[in-house]
Design a protein around this ligand. Structure first.
Ligand code: FES
Ligand SMILES: [Fe+2]
Length: 383
């Protein structure tokens, strides 16, 4: 039964206050004990430092003169300035205020002023594990001790070698909760939004199941029939009437006939902001009208162009929609639930379950709080 609904005067509930699945999922974070993309490798040059944020925790990501990427908590142990307001010197990052200098482990290695007769102090901030793979810099925002227990998500088609597919990642930041983006990418009822690009049309959900920490689903749908994109897909070679998808926590993927694949990694900045890394991968694309594949050496250049004229405008449609959804959510978070696609609830249950798992680990092993005076001294004091 519908009821008239007026704008909520209060902000949406916190996870602890949430009363139903949607309120819970829209306030849940993502479990930090996974590898997440921090930046595209090419976007962090030697000598650069950039701020990345995971669920309100600011991290300084920098690349030293040796070419290696490093990350530490983005605050000076001295007066808590963001280290991203400073600069990289050699393989260290320097705070602009008094020049304290941090190595990649977060240790203060230089203080360029008097020590007032004291021994060189053991000040430090927590470091954040980092590695590079598939053209991305990955970081581990969770417990650093667990970082070696999991790998960066395996993307076989991007492993170096003769069979490597071409991929030019696209990353976007939208003012929307990460769960809205996960809902969006696997819920094909929103074909209506994409009337111009038609990435999928006439979708029929064939089935879905939750297996462990994954929701797997399949659609019968016409893939890539848009006016431009449709010309580059060789329908004689590729079955474009069927698509498999997965929300393999905390990321999402799709697969069309083992020929077209994509991965999406969402990085939650806060409850209403998410950075998303889309990796669209094609085994081959054809030269329109000629029936031959675009030569592999040209694929990178072609995909850079395709990103500009198809992928980014298409994603912009999703971005505009989820940002509007976020605004609608904040105004009407207590409106009656109205959802038809059963997979949406499945994604939401998984996100909630994993966030509860994370919260449970936090209450089992409460952080040992140091007295405020020592807060910057110990490794791992922040997490
Ligand atoms: S505030 Fe960073 S060196 Fe003093
Ligand atoms: Fe979409």
């Amino acid at each position: 039964m519908s009821r008239t609904y007026t704008r909520q005067p209060k902000p949406p509930p916190t996870f602890e206050e949430a009363k139903n699945t949607r309120q819970k999922v829209r306030s849940a974070g993502l479990h930090p004990d996974y590898w997440y993309p921090a930046e595209q490798s090419g976007a962090l040059k030697k000598g650069e430092v950039k701020e990345i944020t995971f669920w309100k925790r600011s991290i300084a990501l920098f690349r030293g003169e040796d070419g290696q990427a490093r990350a530490i908590e983005n605050r000076c142990a001295h007066r808590q300035l963001k280290l991203t307001t400073g600069h990289v010197n050699g393989c260290n990052v320097v705070c602009p205020y008094h020049g304290w200098t941090y190595d990649g482990d977060g240790k203060v290695v230089d203080i360029p002023h008097t020590l007032f007769g004291k021994k060189f102090p053991k000040f430090r901030v927590p470091s954040v594990p980092v590695q590079e793979k598939y053209g991305l810099i990955w970081f581990w925002p969770g417990d650093p001790k667990l970082a070696s227990q999991k790998d960066v998500p395996h993307i076989p088609v991007l492993e170096p070698g003769p069979d490597q597919w071409t991929c030019v990642p696209v990353d976007v930041t939208w003012k929307a909760h990460h769960s809205m983006i996960i809902d969006n990418v696997s819920d094909f009822t929103h074909a209506y939004l994409h009337k111009r690009f038609r990435p999928f049309t006439d979708a029929e959900l064939l089935g879905y199941e939750t297996v462990g920490d994954s929701v797997l689903l399949q659609y019968d749908t016409k893939v890539g029939t848009g006016p431009i994109s449709g010309k580059f897909v060789n329908r004689k070679k590729i079955d474009t009437n069927h698509m498999k998808l997965g929300y393999e926590y905390p990321f999402q993927w799709s697969n069309t006939d083992d020929q077209i694949k994509h991965w999406l990694f969402v990085v939650p900045i806060d409850e209403r902001t998410t950075r998303s890394f889309f990796l669209f991968c094609f085994k081959a694309l054809q030269v329109p009208g000629l029936g031959m594949d675009i030569p592999k050496p040209l694929m990178g250049r072609f995909m850079r162009l395709a990103n500009e004229i198809i992928v980014k405008p298409l994603l912009q449609e999703d971005g505009d929609a989820v940002e509007a959804e976020q605004e609608g959510w904040e105004a009407h978070w207590d409106a009656p639930l109205a959802e038809l696609n059963p997979v949406v609830k499945e994604f939401q249950h998984l996100t909630i379950r994993k966030w509860e798992e994370y919260l449970a680990t936090q209450s089992l092993t409460p952080l040992k709080k140091k007295p405020a005076a020592d807060a910057g001294v110990e490794a791992g004091a922040g997490r």
